[in-house]
Design a protein around this ligand. Sequence first.
Ligand SMILES: C=C(O[C@@H]1C=C(C(=O)O)C=C[C@H]1O)C(=O)O
Length: 375
Amino acid sequence: MDAAELIEDYTPGDFWFATSRHTIFGSGSRLTFTDTDVSALSDEVPAALAGNPGSLAVGVLPFDTTATPGYLVVPETVQVTGPAHPAAAGLPRLTIDGPAAVRAVPEPVGHVEAVARAVRALPDRGLRKVVLARALDLEFPAGVPVRSVLHNLVKDNPHGYTFAAALPGDRSLIGATPELLLSRSGRRVVSHPHAGSAPRSADPVTDRENAERLASSRKDHVEHAVLSEAIVETLRPFCRNLHVPSSPSLVSTPTMWHLSTMVTGELVDPDVTALHLAGALHPTPAICGSPTEEARQLVGELEPFDRGYYAGTVGWMDAQGDGEWAVSIRCAEVSESRLRLYAGGGIVPASDPKAELDETSAKFQTLLRAMGLDL
Ligand SMILES: C=C(O[C@@H]1C=C(C(=O)O)C=C[C@H]1O)C(=O)O
């Protein structure tokens, strides 16, 4: 069965991870690991996989790994097939009945105020960058049509990582992110951090202008450098031959332009697993800030909600320690009848609060489009 057909078998609770290389689909749970200690998970999961060469562990780490448990399962069955695209582009678009209610958390004006406070707080607290997010709560009294949303997300997103993962309490995390936190294949390690953003436009001239403005924006290059430096600093002790391009590249999703840097390296110790490296990198300044602890503190003061599994990581690891972990952004947490959608952006001293609000609105489009909504 190819991935475009496999998507029809998805039901909430399953694991779905589609990349341009392959599609991983896991069902049921043979073992479950849940812990607020990432280093404990990094020990327990490989130990449980050892001796089962074909087995995989799949799941999520939250934004705040000390407050919210990481959640990984060894599925009963795993199917690995080729990439969903190009076949998925030919899937029909599924119609989704609109939500009964939509609520912004905070209201847009509240996010503008929070960004303005963050801009003022940065120099006072010695921060180079902080990432602030907002949420949209959508109510679907007849139940969130998770499979249809995932189907449309897969159809719309040929690149990056389109995912659905089980969360504790019969909830799911669903989204399509462009950003790779970490992959490991044998000794080869890759991280593809993204920071610096501009919206896509249906008008090709405006679209090109947005891209060019981003490519030459000093503010966005500063925001990006804070991130790429942190990734390199964390990976350096683990790697030899770390390759870091001297300047970021312009990349796009169907809804956003970004600056990105493809970092590659070779592991010194081949026993260091993908999950261990992902845990060492997380939370990066793509979704938290720098310095990390001070930024996390400011996020807690300025955001009126718990991020849960947004701005964490989602992925898989096998018995050899290979795996892929994507940054869980452009995503929503789904329960029976409620979908909470999140979007954030990096704030540096040169950030403009209204532009930051617009950036989060543009980032919501990944999920809103998949639901056929124009909000
Ligand atoms: C935090 C998000 O995105 C991150 C923030 C970016 C930015 O500030 O420019 C760009 C890509 C992501 O690393 C999000 O989409 O919610």
